[in-house]
Design a protein around this ligand. Structure first.
Ligand SMILES: Nc1nc2c(ncn2[C@@H]2O[C@H](COP(=O)(O)OP(=O)(O)OP(=O)(O)O)[C@@H](O)[C@H]2O)c(=O)[nH]1
Ligand SMILES: [Mg+2]
Length: 376
């Protein structure tokens, strides 16, 4: 598949934007704590990126595979070097375990893979393809139980989704993409602009509302986030909306006072519907690497995360961490983001992800089948 990096598109240059890959890195949580994300926050503008100008459209699988290259190429090169001359003895198995851990897959999965190989292939030669096949199978086995769609319960009126995560993870964009998806399914959607810190954040959500036909409930900048969440739910109930998604301000998991605010949002939502929020979606930026594990742990403790979305898998991603998180937490992984556009959100599938990580050729890779019917 093509790995070519075209520069910024004409549209990007006209608007003074960076190439998508640079953006993904620039907005990653490598430099967390910034109250203001570094890039353009307009949902409408960024939808053009990766779809216009000189850039060749790629299938979402191609984007995923290219994006996972940081995990998979480190893994691939190391595996090739490891296997070239040696039999699968104790030392080689130990080296393999180290390589898998370095690729962010986590100790548990690394041990699982080496144990299987020790059992089946000890002291035998194994070639690259066989090894990758075993890896892909084992990674898929870890991911399969967590690959679950974000199911809207029609009995809830509305189904409440609280969206949380660190600064710049992709919360608002994911809400916009999900709103588009739900609207295509014929559902009525209310968006609560619970990121009340920045005027730009409220504007960004309003733009997504306009684009998707979702109603946005917003208050002025600086108002109380939990009061906003309460009001959004109240309006959604009055309008008998199918879904309400509540955006929140990005917060670092180690900022206790901000995390306490999330607890309060949940408490206030429950005053109207004690079964809500029905989903607490934690958005993780794939370029973050190991820190995503820590984010999952703390957000889970504070606000009862029920599922994950992983964004920026089209960038120079380190999605291997998702395998470690799946093994440790068993939380459903609902969707993955493979671009900034409205249709760049896809259901998470274990086999595709596993094969992309080990760099194995994916049958029908060039097909756009996964994108079919997803345009708004
Ligand atoms: N390449 C790529 N970029 C993405 C993806 N998802 C989001 N982004 C971009 O990441 C940047 C941050 O996204 P937001 O949705 O504003 O993130 P956020 O979590 O709401 O940020 P805060 O509200 O500031 O905490 C924007 O430039 C998005 O366009 C993705 O899947 N791929
Ligand atoms: Mg936001």
């Amino acid at each position: 598949m093509s790995e070519e990096k075209s520069g910024p598109s004409l549209m990007d240059r006209l608007l003074g934007r960076k190439a998508p890959e640079d953006q993904a890195v620039a907005t990653g949580t490598d430099k967390p704590g910034t109250a203001e994300p570094a890039t353009d926050q307009s949902g409408a503008d960024v939808s053009e990126t990766g779809r216009s100008g000189t850039e060749k459209p790629r299938s979402w699988l191609q984007r995923l595979r290219a994006g996972l290259s940081r995990s998979s190429s480190a893994l691939g090169q190391n595996l090739t070097a490891l296997i070239r001359k040696r039999k699968l003895d104790d030392e080689t198995l130990q080296d393999l375990e180290d390589i898998l851990i370095q690729a962010d897959l986590g100790v548990e999965t690394a041990v699982r893979i080496t144990e299987r190989l020790a059992k089946e292939r000890y002291d035998k030669e194994i070639d690259d393809v066989e090894l990758r096949t075993v890896l892909a199978q084992e990674i898929e086995a870890v991911l399969e139980p967590v690959a679950k769609p974000l199911a809207i319960d029609p009995a809830k009126s509305p189904h409440v989704i609280l969206v949380v995560g660190v600064n710049g993870a992709g919360k608002t964009t994911t809400i916009g993409k999900l709103a588009a998806q739900f609207r295509r399914e014929g559902r009525s959607v209310v968006l609560g602009a619970g990121d009340t810190f920045r005027a730009a954040a409220i504007e960004q959500l309003k733009i997504w509302g306009e684009r998707t036909g979702a109603t946005v409930v917003a208050r002025e900048q600086g108002s109380d986030a939990s009061a906003l969440a309460f009001e959004a739910l109240q309006q959604a109930r009055a309008a008998q909306a199918d879904v309400v998604m509540i955006d929140t301000a990005g917060r670092l998991q180690n900022r206790t006072e901000l995390m306490a605010e999330l607890e309060k949002i949940v408490r206030v939502i429950r005053k109207q519907d004690e079964t809500a929020p029905h989903d607490v979606l934690l958005v993780l930026d794939a370029t973050t690497g190991q820190n995503a594990m820590n984010q999952t742990e703390i957000f889970r403790q504070v606000c009862g995360v029920t599922g994950l979305a992983m964004t920026k898998l089209d960038g120079t991603a380190r999605g291997g961490i998702l395998v470690a998180i799946a093994a440790k937490h068993g939380l459903p992984v609902h969707v993955i983001g493979v671009g900034e556009g409205v249709d760049d959100l896809h259901p998470f599938t274990a086999s595709e992800f596993a094969r992309a990580i080990v760099g194995e050729a994916i049958d029908g890779d060039a097909t756009e089948g996964g994108d079919a019917g997803r345009e708004p």
